[in-house]
Design a protein around this ligand. Structure first.
Ligand SMILES: [Zn+2]
Ligand SMILES: [Zn+2]
Length: 416
């Protein structure tokens, strides 16, 4: 047989209910905060991510699925949502169409990472973005939205980490301070870090190599090198978090794995799915819209991993069981026709009703009803049909009664 591709998964009944809960909760919360859903294509021009996500990031260099299409065009499967949403914002002038462009999307993303527990090559994200608001109160709102989402999902044991990574004005002096602080130590770091020290020193904080951590932990902090504007902005963001009563920790290493972030960055880490595992992360990207050919507009947003949120849901989460309200068992062809008509009427009345497709014995039909966990079974045979009635078996008590066929739909509705 042909199996699913490595790093992908089928989400089956029994698990999909938790996905549906996460997605429905997210849509409800996002809409409540005034965000509107948009959907963008899974395939985009490769250059959108080279320019947007960043040419030197691991995502673009090592992980992105890209190919040459039959007409010679370079196409990529989106590795993240933000560049696509920025493109859509610019391409459709959403600024004119929406009072405040606040948008969200959800769907699959693709990265060719080494498959490991909880990491997939096709993974799913919830993503929100706000465009055009410089004021730090919107940073506060976006973080509050993230926090509310986590709370509404019932996920506990989480930690919110925030930081400011500065702006193009103050970042060069921070990068220089990093290189100066590293000094000779740079030669003791891993090969990736040695390359980062030259190309993009901030990315050193992405390093996961245990032997490098002692040196990295001792490096200078971004917030000590912020320009006046960035410092004032970050102080205001922290003040709003206090006002909203959102607990957070300051994380000096939180620079995020993408080049476009400016000023505020944040992550929500969930303990249950392994130490330091981010279920959600985001930040401000004030230069990205312009960089992608749009007007000079600021932006801020976050992405949350659906797989990780699903893993982090409480074990006690009780989702309504999916089962029919009634099962119809019919014996003989005339009764079967009456059963199918009743089935249609029940479904049109909004009732989840099921029937046996194969004309089998009453005993095997009752077994089927039991497997489906239907609390009620309608039994229709020649006798019932002749009396214009239907026999009702309550599965919990095995008690039986008769109701008029014409009142059967109403009977189920009042029994639910
Ligand atoms: Zn700055
Ligand atoms: Zn390293």
């Amino acid at each position: 047989m042909i199996a699913a591709i490595r790093g992908t998964q089928d989400i089956l009944p029994g698990t999909i209910e938790r996905w549906q809960f996460v997605e429905a909760t997210a849509c409800r919360v996002f809409e409540q905060y005034g965000y509107a859903e948009i959907r963008t294509p899974i395939i985009e021009r490769e250059e959108l991510f080279a320019k947007g996500t960043g040419e030197t990031t691991d995502i673009v260099q090592k992980e992105m699925y890209a190919f040459t299409d039959k007409d010679g065009e370079r196409i990529a499967l989106r590795p993240e949502a933000t560049p696509s949403l920025v493109r859509a914002f610019v391409e459709h002038s959403l600024e004119q169409a929406m009072a405040v462009p606040k948008i969200y999307t959800l769907g699959p993303m693709f990265r060719r990472e080494r498959p490991q527990k909880g990491r997939y090559r096709q993974f799913h994200q919830l993503d929100v973005e706000v465009f055009g608001v410089k004021d730090p109160s919107v940073d506060g709102e976006v973080i509050d939205l993230a926090w509310t989402l986590i709370r509404e999902l019932g996920i506990t044991g989480v930690e919110l980490a925030v930081n400011s990574v500065g702006c193009p004005v103050c970042r060069p002096s921070f990068a220089a301070a990093l290189v100066a602080a590293l000094g000779e130590d740079v030669q003791t770091l891993c090969g990736d870090c040695q390359r980062r020290a030259v190309a993009n020193p901030l990315r050193i904080f992405d390093c996961k190599v245990p032997a490098d951590q002692r040196v990295i932990d001792a490096l200078p902090h971004t917030i000590d090198y912020l320009c006046d504007e960035c410092r004032t902005h970050f102080e205001a963001v922290r003040r709003y978090l206090d006002v909203f009563g959102i607990p957070y920790t300051l994380s000096h290493r939180l620079v995020r794995g993408l080049d476009y972030y400016t000023r505020t960055t944040f992550e929500v880490l969930a303990g249950q799915i392994g130490a330091q595992n981010a279920v959600l992360g985001g930040g401000r990207y004030d230069g990205l819209v312009k960089q992608l050919g749009g007007p000079d507009r600021v932006g801020i947003g976050f992405a949350a991993g659906v797989e990780r949120l699903v893993l982090a849901l409480p074990d006690t989460l009780a989702l309504p069981e999916k089962r029919p309200a009634v099962f119809i068992a019919a014996i003989g062809e005339p009764a079967r026709e009456a059963a199918l008509t009743l089935l249609r009427d029940l479904r049109r009345a909004g009732v989840n009703a099921q029937v046996e497709y194969e004309g089998r014995s009453l005993k095997s039909q009752m077994k089927r009803a039991d497997r489906l966990k239907a609390p009620l079974v309608f039994i229709l045979g020649e006798d019932e049909l002749a009396r214009g009635e239907v026999s009702v078996r309550r599965m919990a008590t095995s008690s039986q009664e008769s109701v008029p066929l014409s009142g059967a739909v109403e009977f189920v509705k009042t029994s639910q």
